[in-house]
Design a protein around this ligand. Structure first.
Ligand code: IVH
Length: 667
């Protein structure tokens, strides 16, 4: 068969399987079989690059990462829904609508209210053109690159059963199923990344990724439920619109039903309350919409919500129980989190034994004590929260609870950064943190120690061989050979990988230390600023760091706090003693601005901040955001104020934009 024919065929086959899976809910092949077909298409396309079509299922991650999101105006605002808190509210809604429409019976479409994120998809002549978040209802963020990665969203609408409109704006909810959510969190944990509190946060975080290849790994799904502008076709009612969506290949929630009058509203609502915990995804209520579009138009909308629809809110799922104890748990980053140990209680479909108390402030605000009877609530979150203490059930003799000021695991002094509610253990060798830290230290973008995976790290720490990153460099073959599942050859390879990692760079090593808020980018920034001189970095101050563009006050404080701890310094010096060497940072002394620090202030007219940064960077200089004695030049635009004054006080030369450009030209 000719490749172009097979490629077209495979594209259609894969799209058909997607349609069966996401829309008809009736898959006929397994994931494995799908993957085989997908790989066949991928390799054929790789052999015939000219035959790759942007709508091919292989092209979902089409775009490279963006640096920021663009904005998209919604042609028709994305409204919210008024809430009905009780059954009476639903009945009253029906009465109002009947009165407004001068009728005694109304047909509604009843839908589950999904707890995800509202988005808008725009199809032009059947092809997915762009997609956006709801934003403030009028303007959303352009997340086309991420929405394209969601397999439930067709890149092209199906036409075999009905023609597609020239323009289709369709709204829906992007969400993550409960199952996919727990797997995602397990994966996050394995990768030593923060876990998400609930599926909604996970969906939101996934859609706000700058890099679509990350979004593609997240188990996102969608159900479509409303229209925006449609051109080239029109519908008389919501049920025919929803049917059309299905024929076009857009997923629509199968629990959607037609109901009539108040009894229809309340029955559907109560039915969903019962089903709620058995559904594969989180819902937080029901939505009722008048079916007939002429009736919708007659009722019209208020400023933020339509008169023709209402959300039936579910009551939070709560229960009362007793706090038997409060545990202070130490997280991977050293955060000390108080967790209430509860007398077990059944709520929201699961047995609950823990509730998060967040931090000391929260404990004080709610005056939570061991022995208290408390009302807890589970709103899709992994760990429920304490809503309030039932004060009149408080036993005699309870005392206010205080998080200890030493780490409950290693007894090291805990600290609380200014402006932060959380206490942390400051010891990078704290056993609770050590596994995560070593994994991070060994990871690809850090010291890149091949073979030091999670299982090996776990064993090394548990068997007591390794208690800090420094100790990795004195491991010997015999110690490694003693580990389960690590043959002699792998042990040998690992020793070589550890030895090989000693030759590294300042940026990698500093990133590898896992200082909070110091990611790869900031580590690189430090490497440039300190010209790779670790001892200067160790002696830095918050003022010096905060002045750097890209470093905030919290990050600066974390670095200084890190170096203030003698045990951290000791570990770093031990690494250096064991042979870790940081590559020299080449300074080009001949560059015009080599080593010079600039501050730009006021409104710039001749170039923008980004141009300024590019110019200064290219000539070997640095830009910081505040003026200090380390600043060589201040470039002042219109309306420059306090920074200009500071420069004058410190006697630092001030340049106009034109003078700066003159200097650059001279180079
Ligand atoms: S209809 C005017 N239908 O709830 C109609 N919204 O408070 C507005 N939502 O922002 C949307 N499930 O993100 C509609 N079946 C459903 C929904 C739903 C969840 C969300 C949506 C919207 C919010 C409205």
């Amino acid at each position: 068969m000719k490749p172009e024919i097979r490629i077209t065929e495979l594209r259609e086959i894969l799209n058909d399987h997607n349609y069966r899976y996401y829309v008809l809910n009736d898959p006929i092949i397994s994931d494995g079989e799908y993957d085989v077909l997908f790989k066949e298409l991928e390799s054929l396309e790789q052999a015939h690059l000219e035959l790759i079509h942007s709508e091919s299922p292989t092209q979902r991650i089409g775009a490279s990462p963006v640096t920021e999101f663009g904005t998209i105006q919604h042609q028709i605002p994305m409204l919210s829904l008024a809430n009905a808190m009780t059954m009476d509210d639903l009945v009253a809604f029906n009465e109002r609508a009947k009165k407004g429409l001068e009728t005694n019976s109304i047909t509604y479409i009843a839908e589950p209210k999904l707890d995800g994120l509202g988005v808008e998809l725009v199809y032009k002549n059947g092809s997915l053109s762009h997609g956006s978040t709801r934003g403030d209802g009028f303007t959303g963020e352009d997340i086309t690159h991420n929405l394209r990665t969601i397999r439930a969203i067709p890149l092209r609408l199906r036409t075999e059963n009905s023609a597609v409109p020239s323009l289709l704006e369709v709204r829906g909810e992007v969400f993550i199923e409960k199952d996919g959510f727990s797997k995602l969190n397990q994966r996050q944990e394995l990768d030593s990344k923060p876990v998400f509190a609930n599926p909604r946060n996970a969906a939101a975080g996934s859609l706000r990724q700058l890099d679509p290849s990350v979004t593609a790994t997240r188990p996102l799904s969608i159900y479509c439920y409303e229209t925006g502008v449609i051109q080239g076709q029109s519908f008389d009612d919501h049920s025919s619109f929803l049917n059309a969506l299905k024929t076009w290949g857009l997923p629509v929630n199968p629990l959607i039903q037609t109901v009539v009058d108040a009894a229809g509203l309340t029955t559907y609502h109560q039915e969903l309350v019962k089903q709620r915990n058995d559904l594969p995804y989180e819902i937080d209520g029901t939505v009722f919409k008048i079916n007939n579009y002429a009736q919708r138009n007659k009722l019209g909308t208020r400023s933020r919500s339509p008169r023709w629809a209402i959300a039936g809110k579910f009551k939070a799922q709560q229960a009362t129980t007793v706090i038997c104890d409060i545990d202070v748990q130490v997280g991977r980053t050293g955060a000390l989190t108080p967790v209430a140990k509860l007398k077990s209680v059944f709520v929201a479909g699961v047995t609950v034994t823990n509730a998060t108390l967040h931090n000391q402030d929260e404990i004080e605000r709610k005056d939570i004590r061991i022995g208290d009877t408390v009302l807890i609530e589970r709103a899709g979150d992994v760990i429920p929260k304490v809503v309030k203490v039932v004060k009149d059930k408080r036993p005699k003799g309870t005392r206010p609870f205080h998080i200890p000021d030493t780490c409950p695991v290693c007894s090291h002094q805990a600290y609380r950064s200014e402006g932060e509610a959380i206490w942390r253990c400051g010891n990078i060798s704290c056993p609770r943190q050590v596994k995560g830290r070593i994994q991070h230290f060994a990871s690809k973008l850090a010291m890149n120690i091949d073979g030091l995976g999670e299982k090996v790290v776990d064993q090394l720490v548990e068997e007591g061989y390794v208690n800090s990153i420094a100790r990795l460099y004195s491991l010997n073959q015999d110690e490694l050979a003693g580990l389960e599942r690590l043959g002699e050859k792998s042990a040998n390879n690992l020793i070589q990988a550890i030895t090989g990692s000693k030759k590294t760079t300042f940026a990698r090593f500093v990133f590898a230390l896992g200082i909070r808020n110091v990611g790869e980018h900031v580590a690189k920034l430090f490497e440039n600023y300190f010209s790779g001189d670790l001892s200067r970095f160790i002696q830095t101050s918050t003022d010096e760091l905060e002045a750097l563009d890209g470093v905030g006050p919290v990050g600066a404080k974390n670095v200084v706090q890190f170096w203030a701890d003698p045990s951290n310094k000791k570990i770093v010096y031990t690494c250096l003693d064991m042979g870790v060497t940081l590559a020299k940072v080449e300074k080009n002394e001949h560059q015009l601005f080599a080593g010079q620090v600039f501050v730009f202030t006021g409104a710039l007219e001749k170039f923008n901040r980004k141009d300024a940064k590019d110019i200064v960077d290219a000539l070997g200089g640095k830009i910081t955001s505040s003026v200090s004695k380390n600043t060589q030049y201040v470039v002042a635009g219109i309306g420059a104020g306090s920074k200009l004054k500071k420069a004058e006080e410190l006697g630092i030369p001030v340049l106009s934009e034109a003078e700066f450009l003159e200097m650059v030209k001279a180079s």
